[in-house]
Design a protein around this ligand. Sequence first.
Ligand SMILES: *Cc1c(COP(=O)(O)O)cnc(C)c1O
Length: 451
Amino acid sequence: MKPLRPIPSVDSLLNLPTISGLQQDYGHAWIVSAVREVLDEIRSQVSSGETIPTEEEIIQRVTNLLKTQSTATLQSVINATGVVLHTNLGRAPLCRSALDAIAQTSLGFSTLEYDLSRGQRGKRDIHAADLLTRLTGAEAALVVNNNAGAVMLALAALANRKKVAISRSQLVEIGGGFRIPEVMRLSGAKLLEIGTTNRTHLADYENAIQEGAQLVLLAHQSNFKIVGFTSTPSLPEITALAHRYDLPVVYDLGSGALIDPETLGLEPDLTVQASLRHGADLVCFSGDKLLGGPQAGIIVGKTKLIEKIRGHAFYRSLRADKLCLAALSATLLEYLKGMAAETVPVIAMLSRKEADLRAQAGRWRSELQAGQVIAGESAIGGGSLPGQTLPTWLLAVNPKSARKFNQRLRRFETPIIARIENDQVLLDPRTVLPDQETVLLANLKIALSEE
Ligand SMILES: *Cc1c(COP(=O)(O)O)cnc(C)c1O
């Protein structure tokens, strides 16, 4: 049977005002390729027996395709989960000054590797270094792309083909495939496991040194906890022992808080500064966990060791870019000024008072005329502080299907991410940024009206 109408040509479609009107948004070449793609698809559908769509349908398909192709896969969302360092949602949101610094230095040229006073080539690695040493008390600092890279680089530079002692309780796997034993193997270091999963003694470290260990590595148990019959020597004990044999101690601190989590109502944990004070020769940590800055791997510690790391060939392939250095410097400045609790979103979110969260959830309830305000927990997340939560207040809504309601929330132009518990959709004010609240409530209203 002959088709009822012919498949239109590329040119005839391009001449239609509705298609040529798309020029401003997408440009000629892109439209041509979308038209071709749609026509190819139609041809193959016709050959398998389908009828030829109408001109309006074809136009719609071209428009939809262009829309889909131009929607960024990386887009902004509203995090109503209460998980502060949500790995899947981009970990730490940046502070305003970090964003301004990125715009200031990156919309044009910058002194990334230029020394203004001498009018010649300068060094990229000076940018955040001064701020880092001032804040942590370290002799020197180096910034790379992420903490996994920092640990790998430090080991490659300091322990290639050398034995590295690490407790079996610290052979951790962080999300995203970062496994300490794997990283050690790739860096060329030889893993010397000591102690047992639950107990490691100072004598185990001493034996490892007798067996030829040339570096002691400690890794934070970022995302799990060993409880019960456990023991591990303190950091000062380990560093004192290692230093007696002139061996460096490298501490992969993971999250790397500059402010003691205890002051935020969490369990106490060693800060970067305290780890250095307790004798760690190098401390590696992330820029976008508890620090609340951009993705980065930060290494602070002894100048001699940092210089060795800087000189390693891997450093070039792991170095931080200018956006990162601009944002990190601005974030660190907030700490130096003592403003972090107000201006750095991660710290601000962790610092929020329960009464304040309760009042906010209450305002949401009265504005939406739906749900109940209930007590709950916000998770810290990001593999930062294992199992730790902060008390919070939630707006709990009861749609017919929590799953379908959440799906609807994710379809808004600024998608809303919420969690489900016991068939309820829970919305936690803690992680909703102040300037997203209006959009959140407007869209919740729409979603609720569709119930
Ligand atoms: C998170 C973490 C890492 C990896 O840091 P990234 O910045 O994500 O690369 C490494 N070690 C520990 C102990 C961690 O907690």
